[in-house]
Design a protein. Structure first.
Length: 514
């Protein structure tokens, strides 16, 4: 039977070669440990080391291409590529085209960084091969940095803008002042006044901004109330926020009549009654202009706009303008209309006009009288008013009075009409003095009333507070003769006299001043 135990063999050249290769493997780097199934080769990575640079926190940076190359005998067959290590979650792998690599060939791997915190990040790119070639690890690194965005300007005051009618805009530049590329997200407004601001042209939505790059945001302001507004413009990006302060104020012209409604009192139908000055004032915080002023409404024909200086004038805050309106009832009854101004505001200004027209059997002459200019705190000479029964029936008067808001600027100094009973064509007389207590134009009405519609006359005059004597050149010629007493009486038809059957003369009125 043959001897199955082989004789010992001498250590030859082959053993020394194997021993030399083993010792060399201990000294080689990890990237050279793996050898192909057919021959010896080296797998390398480029760039080496794999540095992915800086990326903003909570942002996924675009991938970078890493090349894996093979040099040697035979081929290296790549099975899979993974990212490993404690911070592997800070990186992401977006695929590769690696397979069997012959000597001199290379393939691509796409890597990216997505840091969740600030600081240096490290992991291993692990390449696993088919066959006996051991896996290889290559270190990869990167850095998480905070996003830094800045608005220019950092604040903007839109100033005073007309409510619901005017708007204005401002453009803000948003710049990446950080170390890494940033992808912008939402643009928003916050704060108590955010509802009156909105964006116009914006070039920032979803934009990637490299360090130093910028985009623009247009912001509009349109106030809804007459108040001050404050808000904040904010640009959001992963890991960063930029803000700019916004402010503005809503404005409106508030124009109204100081007196509204305006009562013109009583006037005889078909005659001119009281003329009133109507004052408009702007109590708002913006100017207002009017382009037309008219009298409108159902009884517009009974009121007359004599003059005004409100149209074609820009009424600034705090300023006033006025219009003169005269009552001219075209018949008996109550009358009302509107003095209307229309312009560039949020609607017209309407002033209610009211008056009463009466059928007059009595008449007064003169129907109106201007006492001219009179020194303050002095009485004018009396002026005579004659009241005539112009009807066809007897006319009884029971009261003579002054009316209007400035009635205390005039004094009845002689009254022959209170208690008078006049047959058709008969007359009675009333004397009135002008007694101003302050400078400026004054106006009132003389009213003689009884069992027929009230007879009304218009009184006017101007108070003067200048220095020196008030000459006749200033005051004009007195309207009547001197004295406060009634003119000598003369008999009228039958038993009626100028002062009537049961007439009583009203004592002159007195005003008490401090």
């Amino acid at each position: 039977m043959p001897n199955l135990i082989a004789p010992p063999r001498q250590i030859g050249t082959t053993v020394f070669v194997l021993l030399a290769l083993a010792l060399a493997a201990v000294a080689l780097p990890a990237s050279a440990l793996a050898a192909p199934e057919e021959g010896v080769g080296i797998v390398s990575v480029s760039p080496d080391p794999v540095a992915l640079g800086a990326t903003t926190v909570n942002n996924q940076a675009p991938t970078q291409t890493v090349q894996i190359a093979y040099e040697g005998e035979g081929e290296a067959s790549v099975n899979k590529i993974t990212i490993e290590g404690e911070e592997s979650g800070e990186f992401y792998l977006n695929g590769s085209n690696c397979g069997n690599l012959a000597s001199g060939q290379q393939c691509d791997v796409w890597l990216g960084l997505k840091p969740s915190t600030i600081g240096e990040k490290h992991a291993w790119l692990t390449v696993t091969f088919n066959g006996a070639r051991p896996e290889q690890k290559f270190e990869i690194g990167g850095r998480g940095v905070p996003a830094s965005l800045t608005f220019t300007p950092s604040s903007h005051d839109f100033g005073l803008q007309r409510v619901n009618r005017e708007s204005t805009s401002a453009t803000f530049q948003l710049q990446n002042t950080g170390e890494a590329e940033v992808q912008l997200g939402n643009i928003e407004f916050t704060g108590p006044g955010a509802g009156v601001f909105w964006t116009g042209n914006v070039s920032c939505w979803g934009t990637w901004l490299a360090p130093g790059q910028s985009c623009s945001v247009q912001v509009w302001f349109n106030p809804q109330e007459t108040i001050s507004y404050e808000a904040e413009l904010r640009a959001l990006a992963n890991g960063g926020v930029a803000s700019a302060e916004l402010s503005g104020e809503g404005g409106r012209a508030i124009v109204g009549a100081i007196e509204n409604p305006v009562d013109f009192g009583v006037a005889s139908a078909g005659s001119f009654g009281t003329t009133r000055t109507i004052t408009l004032k702007n109590t708002g915080n913006m100017s207002e202009g009017f382009f037309i002023g008219v009298i409108a409404g159902g009884d517009a024909g009974s009121f007359e706009l004599i003059g005004e200086h409100c149209t074609m004038t820009e009424l600034q805050p705090g300023q006033s303008c006025s219009a003169q309106v005269r009552f001219h009832p075209n018949g008996p009854g109550s009358f009302d209309a509107h003095l209307a101004f229309f312009g560039d505001g949020e609607g017209g200004v309407l002033v209610q006009l009211e008056g009463e027209g009466v059928l007059g059997a009595g008449s007064i002459a003169p129907g109106s009288f201007d006492f001219g200019t009179q020194a303050v705190d002095s009485k004018s000479p009396p002026h005579l008013f004659t009241i005539t029964n112009a009807g066809t029936a007897p006319l009884d008067f029971d009261r003579v009075s002054l009316g209007g808001s400035e009635l205390d600027q005039f004094v009845i100094s002689g009254d022959g009409c209170t208690g008078a009973s006049l047959l058709p064509g008969e007359e009675c007389e009333v004397r009135v003095r002008f007694d101003p207590d302050s400078p400026g134009a004054k106006q009132a009405t003389l009213r003689v009333s009884g069992d027929a519609p009230t007879v009304v006359g218009t009184l006017s005059g101007t108070g003067w507070a200048g220095s020196g004597p008030l000459t006749s050149a200033v005051i004009g010629t007195p309207a009547s003769g001197p004295g406060d007493q009634a003119a000598p009486q003369r008999p009228k038809r039958g038993r009626h006299r100028r002062f009537g059957r049961n007439a009583t003369i009203t004592a002159p009125s007195f005003k008490f001043r401090r």
